[in-house]
Design a protein. Structure first.
Lengths: 107, 121
């Protein structure tokens, strides 16, 4: 199985801050990497697919980059709605696997 | 707008079979792969497996011996059965639609709200 390591596990930030979350797969997954946002008690929501493509309806302050074994999710200016947990997920090979999550909370 | 809704018993006894239904509205189950995932309370997400109406399926090796999925085109539903459950199977269970992109990558673009299943005697 491909292990997905996310960092940091949690972070505290303020509205307007730039936030960067990292995801490192245990092997090369090219650009088969997706990012999801999950608010408490809710289902995950797709933000980024194919490492850098913005899902329809997702604000442009979210962006993704990377390939191979190093990926990042960036929120350019954190908004109140963005306080949530973020997961990366690889679709390179089954079993599909997720990172452990990064919880973004209010400083 | 595609919507997915999971339903089924919220409590299952150890050693019994967990059975869930995912009802799809706003689209047909005849297309796409339909996926089941789960999330134990306070933990991360686990891919259980996926199924297509054509009969194609793939399951997580860690659960393969206990999992069965099916598609019912007459009711537009996808089902999950997980046998011989233990307390370790307690989780929120989600169904999701898997979409394939032009870039040949794929992801889960629509999710149900999830349903909590507790395994306890």
């Amino acid at each position: 199985d491909i292990e997905m390591t996310q960092s940091p596990p949690s972070l505290s930030a303020s509205v307007g801050d730039k936030v960067t979350i990292t995801c490192r797969p245990s092997q090369n997954i090219m650009t088969y990497l997706n990012w999801y946002q999950q608010r408490p008690g809710k289902a995950p929501k797709l933000l980024i697919f194919g490492a850098s493509s913005l899902q329809s309806g997702v604000p442009s302050r979210f962006s993704g980059s990377g390939s191979g074994t190093h990926f990042t999710l960036t929120i350019s200016s954190l908004q109140p709605d963005d306080f949530a947990t973020y997961f990366c997920q690889q679709s390179y090979s089954p079993p599909l696997t997720f990172g452990g999550g990064t919880k973004v909370d209010i400083k | 707008q595609v919507q997915l809704q999971e339903s089924g018993p919220g409590l299952v006894k150890p050693s019994e079979t967990l059975s869930l239904i995912c009802t799809v509205s706003g689209g047909s189950v005849r297309t796409y792969f339909w996926t089941w995932l789960r999330q134990p309370p306070g933990k991360g997400l686990e891919w259980i497996g996926e199924i297509h109406n054509s009969g194609g399926s793939d399951y997580n090796p860690s659960l393969r011996s206990r999992v069965t999925m099916s598609v019912d085109t007459s009711t537009n539903e996808v089902s999950l059965r997980l046998s011989s459950v233990t307390v370790a199977d307690t989780a929120v269970y989600y169904c999701a639609r898997r979409v394939r992109r032009d870039s040949d990558t794929y992801d889960f673009d629509y999710w149900g709200q999830g349903t909590l299943v507790t395994v306890s005697s």
